[in-house]
Design a protein around this ligand. Structure first.
Ligand code: SME
Length: 160
């Protein structure tokens, strides 16, 4: 079920409130990212897979999965590959309404039909990860999602 724009706005307000409460004072980034994953997966009915691909500090130009909730995610994605790699390379949010129209899409799960990916920054404005949400429905992601997720990521920036 894809919520209408008004309902999405309410859901993201709820997510923001829960994330703020749960991460207050927490500086362990796995604890923070896990909590965000849990809050989004629990509250967003159109999210089938929710998780982070972190920039591997040992490689610099490769993403490594986790934390996430959902079915198996591919473990590593080079910058520039797939939707996540494109987001990491360009440092811009990417919305893919139909993954079949995105030639470079990496299909970890064939049930995934549409996808949104956003860059994640720490306090020093360094790119540390991307946040990836997949839906089993086509065209599940819109500007409200992008805005709602950006607000959540801004809320945790001081913890990272
Ligand atoms: N589809 C993504 C890969 C990650 S999974 O969807 C969990 C991509 O093309 O980057």
């Amino acid at each position: 079920m894809i919520p209408n724009p008004e309902d999405k706005e309410k859901l993201y307000q709820l997510c923001l409130q829960q994330v703020r409460e749960v991460v207050r004072g927490e500086t362990d980034f796995i604890a923070v990212l896990s909590s965000v994953t849990c809050v989004l997966k629990t509250n967003l009915p159109h999210a089938y897979w929710v998780g982070f691909y972190r920039v591997d500090p040992n490689k610099g130009n490769e993403l490594v999965v986790g934390p996430y909730q959902g079915t198996f995610g591919c473990l590593r994605i080079p910058f520039g590959k797939g939707v996540c790699g494109l987001c990491a390379e360009k440092e811009l949010p990417v919305i893919v309404p139909d993954v079949e129209d995105f030639t470079d899409h990496i299909a970890c799960d064939s049930r995934s039909r549409s996808e949104i990916v956003l860059p994640v920054y720490d306090q020093q404005d360094r790119l540390i990860a991307v946040l990836d949400l997949d839906s089993t429905e086509l065209d599940a992601w819109a500007d409200e999602d992008c805005e709602g997720l950006e607000n959540v990521l801004t809320a945790i920036k001081g913890n990272l």
